[in-house]
Design a protein around this ligand. Structure first.
Ligand code: FES
Length: 108
């Protein structure tokens, strides 16, 4: 896993997320969705493993799954597992709030 410092503080993260509670960041060629939902921050790949649609416009359901806005496939925000076994799994990244900033840990 490779770590990137995204913001200088949690306040900076909150400001970037705004009222919508979501922000897309770009690290090289990769786009990562940052979401704030019910007191928890989440970071995951923007592209849906099913057909590469953006998940940024998706919503998080009561089971803490991100629901793709195109065909409705659901991915666990805990481990990225696609909930009905119909496609590959989503890559979930780590987001850590440390004394010296907010860091994104990119997987793969
Ligand atoms: S592109 Fe996401 S469910 Fe089909």
């Amino acid at each position: 896993m490779k770590w990137y410092r995204l913001f200088g503080s949690e306040e900076g993260l909150k400001t970037a997320l705004g009222n919508a509670g979501r922000k897309m960041v770009r690290i090289g060629e990769k786009r990562v969705c940052l979401f704030f939902h019910e007191g928890t921050y989440h970071a995951f790949d923007n592209l849906c493993p099913h057909n590469m649609h953006s998940l940024f416009g998706g919503n998080i359901n009561f089971l803490k799954e991100i629901v793709c806005p195109l065909h409705g496939y659901r991915y666990s925000l805990k481990d990225g597992r696609e909930c009905e076994g119909k496609s590959g799994d989503l890559t979930i990244h780590s987001l850590e709030i440390r004394a010296d900033g907010v860091f994104l840990g990119l997987r793969n």
